[in-house]
Design a protein around this ligand. Structure first.
Ligand SMILES: [Zn+2]
Length: 255
């Protein structure tokens, strides 16, 4: 493995953790937004229902007034009818009375429908009000939970940042720059091992010559397809084995 890569790999692990944290944070912030949106929508629905009920109230009032007017007129006509002597005048009046009664009945029917409609709207209004209250109660809990997660994420992120800064100071600055540019583009691991003779980033096979260059590790080798920096896995395995051996040795000498 190219000597600069070990440090870059450690930086990469921290960066990947940071990317994941930021993704979770964004997701949680979006959830907060959705909660607020839901509340705004319910409030708007409540306002609309309120207006609709007010309109229906006004219409009901108009209808009631008209019915009263009809009733007054009918009373007057009834009184007139009793004092009429001529049969044709009496019949004309009776016709007028029955026509008035028909219109009054129609208005009453229409009022009945309006009252039903208003009752339905009022029921909807109360239901919406209840769901607004429910959502406020549950979102308070959820909001507190989300804010706590975000705080945790911020604290963890701070720790990662400190660790990364320490590693970055020790890194080969040229390689670090290249790595950071690649990471910005891919938002994923950009220093990757060879696997089954191919790049484990894009899974496209390498030529034998290319593979040899990676194995030698004398200079940085990039995947020809996805531009990721490649390294030879055995380097890592040997490295881990050596660390384990050292640990064992230390453990033995400590006994
Ligand atoms: Zn690749």
């Amino acid at each position: 493995m190219h000597p600069s890569l070990k440090n870059i790999l450690a930086i990469q692990e921290l960066d990947i953790k940071m990317i994941r944290l930021l993704r979770i944070k964004q997701q949680r912030l979006k959830e907060l937004e959705q909660l607020a949106d839901l509340r705004t929508e319910l409030l708007a629905q409540l306002e609309t229902k309120k207006d609709e009920i007010a309109t229906l109230n006004a219409e009901c009032y108009e209808h009631e007034k008209k019915i009263e007017e009809h009733e007054d007129k009918l009373k007057k006509l009834d009184a007139q009818q009793s004092s009429i002597k001529k049969i044709d005048e009496f019949n004309a009046l009776a016709k007028e009375i029955s026509s008035l009664e028909r219109t009054k009945n129609a208005i009453e029917q229409s009022l009945c429908n309006l009252v039903d409609q208003r009752a339905a709207e009022e029921e909807m209004f109360n239901k919406t009000k209840q769901s607004l209250k429910d959502s406020e109660d549950s979102s308070k809990k959820l909001e507190a939970e989300i804010l706590a997660t975000i705080q945790e994420i911020n604290a963890e992120g701070k720790g990662l940042k400190v660790g990364r800064e320490e590693l970055a100071v020790q890194a080969d600055q040229e390689v670090l720059k290249i790595y950071e540019r690649l990471l910005r583009n891919k938002k994923d691991r950009v220093v990757v091992p060879l696997e089954n003779r191919g790049c484990s980033g894009c899974h496209i096979s390498l030529t034998a010559q290319h593979e040899n260059l990676v194995r030698k590790g004398e200079k940085l080798v990039f995947c020809e397809h996805c531009s990721r920096i490649l390294f030879w896995t055995e380097d890592l395995v040997e490295d881990e084995a050596a660390t384990a051996k050292r640990r064992r040795r230390r453990a033995v000498s400590a006994q």
